[in-house]
Design a protein around this ligand. Structure first.
Ligand code: HEC
Length: 412
């Protein structure tokens, strides 16, 4: 019963989280675009808002923005906050479910640091809180008036967090937690800054006073931060499925490069939507960042280096003669099946022997030579190019065994 609950529970929480995040990011992109598309109209003084006409789903929309607020309170006011709160809540729940609930598979890598699941969870949750205090503190410091310096400080904070997480967690959990801290900043911006400021403005309006324009400006700043952080966060959230991104000792550099790449791509669209032209250089910068990130991932994997002919490393050197010799062998010889049988098949079987596992993870079956042959390229990615499998090397796979898989794969 428990494994089935675990599997379905995880799936349903993830489903909720993705749906909530789509609603939040959709609304966030929509309002950034709307802000950029506003045109001045006589009814609203310049600099105090504007109007946009839009067409969607068979109707025309006339949307007006009032800065700081309209002269009197509208009767019906729609708030946009639950998209953000529900994304954070479901995400936090998912973090607990996957990383703290199955800490031995996902969170703790004894090759990095031996910690108890409870310590790991406390470090993770503590980092979410501490990360917010640092980010919010930077925003309330004198740096707030100097956007380039603030951006640099926030950027360095992200890279430092990524580096710190890599000292305690598995590579996968480190990158995910970096994303979770940034996502917490984004919801924190809504919960602790944007909403309270809006409430204060409304209270002033109701009392017949003019709200302080600084509140609106501060809220708008935080909302722009959220916009620029969206693409990097999505990368970190998805990274778990792509071990080349997180399995390098230098993945914290990849984090920095992705923050730049995601940020400049958002910038392209923000400027373009505002009618400011096409800043094509942003795509050049983003491409360069992603290329360097990929290069870092390859440089940190000797086998990947050898595969693209980058270096003939010492580890990869014996591949050549053996691959020639084994060309005559059947697709999967016994020594490979032995390695897979002892290190992988307890999980990757129709009925996994691993406790609390209801079905072969991700449908990957490694129980017969045919199945192993079918998943050859996935095995290369997960257990040879990277050490993503076995998770946190939980079955104690030896370097010679990975070399054995590498020889077999090179001969194919
Ligand atoms: C302790 C159980 C366990 C062992 C042992 C194990 N795996 Fe996995 N494997 C998993 C889990 C859990 C996942 C799903 C990971 C996820 O959620 O992204 C997985 C996923 C995979 C995937 C699919 C990855 C993807 O995202 O497409 C491959 C391929 C794979 N494992 C290969 C191997 C190989 C090869 C070995 C042996 C060297 C191995 N596994 C050993 C638990 C295990």
């Amino acid at each position: 019963m428990y494994p089935i609950l675990h599997e379905w529970g995880g799936f349903l929480i993830r489903w909720t989280h993705v749906v909530a995040a789509i609603a939040w990011i959709g609304a966030s992109f929509y309002f950034m675009h709307l802000d950029a598309s506003l045109r001045a109209i006589p009814a609203i003084p310049v600099g105090k808002g504007g109007e946009a006409w839009e067409v969607h789903g068979g109707g025309f929309y006339q949307v007006r923005k009032y800065l700081v607020a309209p002269d009197r309170m509208p009767e019906h006011l729609i708030w946009h906050k639950w998209q953000s709160y529900s994304t954070w809540l479901s995400g936090f729940f998912l973090l607990c479910w996957v990383y703290y609930g199955q800490a031995d598979l996902y969170l703790i890598d004894p090759a990095v640091r031996v910690i108890s699941p409870l310590t790991g969870a406390l470090i993770g949750i503590g980092a979410l809180a501490l990360g917010w205090l640092i980010y919010d503190g930077l925003n309330r410091s004198p740096l707030a008036n100097r956007p380039p310096l603030l951006a640099t400080a926030v950027f360095l904070t992200v890279v430092a967090l990524a580096f710190g997480f890599q000292q305690v967690f598995s590579g996968r959990a480190a990158m995910l937690h970096t994303g979770a801290v940034i996502a917490t900043w984004m919801t924190g911006n809504v919960f602790f800054v944007i909403m309270p400021n809006q409430r204060k403005a409304i209270a002033e309006l109701v009392a017949g006073r003019v709200p302080n324009p600084a509140w609106g400006k501060q809220a708008k700043n935080r909302s722009s931060h959220n916009n620029y952080l969206t693409l990097p966060v999505l990368f970190f959230m998805l990274s778990g499925h792509y071990p080349l991104a997180w399995s390098s000792p230098y993945s914290w550099m990849i984090v920095g490069l992705v923050v730049i790449a995601g940020g400049v791509v958002r910038h392209f669209f923000n400027v373009r939507n505002a009618g400011g032209g096409d800043r094509w250089w942003t795509w050049g910068v983003a491409t360069a960042c992603v290329a360097i990130a990929a290069a870092i991932s390859i440089a940190s994997s000797p086998v990947a280096r050898e595969r693209i002919g980058w270096t003939a490393s010492a580890e990869a050197a014996p591949v050549q003669p053996v691959s020639l010799a084994s060309a005559a062998h059947p697709p999967v010889d016994e020594s490979v099946m032995n390695v897979i049988g002892t290190r992988c098949a307890m999980c990757h079987a129709a009925e996994p022997q691993w406790p609390d596992m209801a079905s072969p993870p991700k449908g990957v079956l490694l129980d017969t030579p045919e199945h192993v042959a079918r998943f050859a390229s996935a095995i290369r990615m997960q257990a040879v190019l990277t050490h993503a499998m076995p998770p946190n090397n939980i079955t104690d796979m030896q370097p010679e065994e990975r070399a054995e898989l590498a020889r077999w794969l090179a001969a194919r």
